[in-house]
Design a protein around this ligand. Structure first.
Ligand code: HEC
Length: 151
């Protein structure tokens, strides 16, 4: 009698099963990861978005805590800029994502966690300031240099 594992038909069936099982597990993992991302993003809504008073406080906090690395008004330099591209108006990075980077930092980099140093309100004020600044940067970049001198 031929042992099961020597039967080529059986083996290919087994391989097919294993592959689809693995695909299923991957799909499931992807769904769980995606779902938790959406839930987490939904949990963190900026309570003071667009509030000029909060943005003003955020500007002061940014100058004291962040500017030495991220440059004045978050325009970058030796560390990432925080007001254009994915951080710009309508960009991929949400307020909640920004909040989490500031609160938790980026372990293993110079970006420290500010969660113990700043209150929730203060972190949201900084996010609000950077978001308002991003709108100003975008509005200004729409103008050519000629427009600036043409007044
Ligand atoms: C000592 C320097 C330093 C200070 C102070 C600092 N950061 Fe950072 N920050 C960094 C570095 C370096 C990175 C890039 C980390 C990495 O490699 O992912 C970073 C990354 C970030 C990012 C993610 C950028 C991206 O595109 O992924 C955000 C948002 C951010 N910082 C906000 C802040 C804010 C707000 C403050 C002040 C409360 C602050 N940082 C203070 C050095 C600093």
């Amino acid at each position: 009698m031929i042992p099961m594992s020597f039967n080529p038909e059986n083996r290919s069936t087994m391989r097919r099963r294993t592959t689809s099982g693995r695909k299923f597990a991957l799909t499931l993992t992807a769904c769980v990861v995606l779902a938790s991302t959406f839930v987490a993003a939904e949990d963190l809504v900026n309570p003071v978005a667009g509030d000029p008073v909060a943005a003003g406080k955020g500007e002061e906090l940014f100058a004291r805590n962040c500017q030495q690395c991220h440059n004045s008004r978050g325009k970058g330099g030796k560390c990432p800029q925080l007001v254009r591209g994915a951080w710009g108006p309508g960009g991929a990075n949400s307020d909640g994502f920004m909040y989490r980077v500031i609160a938790g930092g980026r372990p293993g980099t110079q970006m420290g966690a500010f969660g113990n140093h700043l209150t929730n309100d203060e972190i949201w004020q900084i996010v609000t300031f950077l978001r308002e600044e991003a709108k100003r940067v975008k509005a200004a970049s729409g103008k050519s240099e000629d427009d600036d001198h043409n007044w």
